[in-house]
Write a protein that binds this ligand. Structure first.
Ligand code: SAH
Length: 259
């Protein structure tokens, strides 16, 4: 069967080197936190082939591209009942796994990488691990510590619930067609935080509000939240800017705002 034609609007950049696919698979699921594995965007299945050899994983794939789905099915890369045609962003993960713990892997479509990260965050009770290939700058943001220019919303939200690791960088020429930027593989592993001790909705709102005006002091960026608590607003922490705050600092602010 002929190859899948790369479609730009679907973020298709096919990995060429099976060794990189193997390395990505090897980095995944070694702590056996889950059996149910979902690969997002298998394309022509270069990573799927490595995963399908893993007897410790029950691998499923989802791709939005009918041509890719046909390719995987015709080439028997996985049994048909493990191949889903659809949009990962619309998928009900709890329904898919029947509530079982889940590991997510993929060379992700870069046009929706942030949305994939937010979806993992929202499903953090289910998603025990993720090994994913992103644009390098997105990968760097997720793993960044406080104090860095790239530290942002996804850094704080994900680091609140996951141990984050930068694994390796991949050159643009390892893909067909090559993307404009380098890529990187990162790993997220669920930590043991069940509950931050503050309202998770408030936590997300505060983190977003703080970084949406990241050049301003927190006193200005969080003004709508501080208006009713002028005494609290005087505290020193509000002289800082979002990028200077750790996860614990954000949790602390939420706790004070709830009192
Ligand atoms: N894993 C393959 C292909 C990566 S390209 C490889 O490494 O070669 C990204 C893949 O994501 C494409 O196959 C594309 O069709 C798929 N994709 C794009 N948007 C998607 C979505 N919303 N849900 C599921 N898959 C999607």
């Amino acid at each position: 069967m002929s190859k899948v034609r790369a479609k730009k609007h679907l973020g298709q950049h096919f990995l060429k080197d099976p060794n990189i696919a193997q390395q990505t698979s090897d980095a995944f699921g070694q702590d056996h936190l889950f059996d149910f594995c979902l690969e997002i965007g298998p394309g022509m299945g270069i990573l799927t082939e490595a995963l399908s050899k893993r007897t410790d994983l029950d691998t499923h794939v989802i791709d939005i591209d009918a041509e890719s789905i046909q390719f995987l099915s015709t080439n028997n890369i996985l049994p048909d009942d493990k191949i889903i045609e659809g949009d990962f962003l619309q998928l009900d993960l709890a329904k898919l796994t029947n509530g079982k713990p889940l590991g997510i892997i993929g060379n992700f479509p870069y046009n929706i990488s942030t949305q994939i990260l937010f979806k993992i965050y929202e499903n953090r009770e289910l998603v025990k691990e993720m090994v994913g290939m992103f644009q390098k700058e997105v990968a760097e943001r997720v793993v960044s510590p406080p104090g860095s220019k790239v530290y942002g919303i996804t850094s704080v939200l994900l680091q609140a619930f996951y141990e984050v690791e930068y694994l390796f960088t991949i050159d643009e020429h390892e893909f067909d067609p090559p993307p404009k930027v380098k890529s990187a593989v990162i790993r997220l592993k669920r930590n043991n935080v069940q509950d931050l001790g503050v309202d998770p909705k408030l936590f997300k709102k505060i983190v977003k509000a703080a970084f949406n005006q990241r050049r301003k002091t927190l006193r200005n960026a969080l003004k709508p939240y501080l208006n009713e608590v002028p005494d609290l607003a005087q505290e020193e922490i509000f002289n800082l800017r979002a990028e200077q705050l750790s996860v614990e600092d954000f949790v602390g602010i939420c706790r004070k705002l709830s009192n």
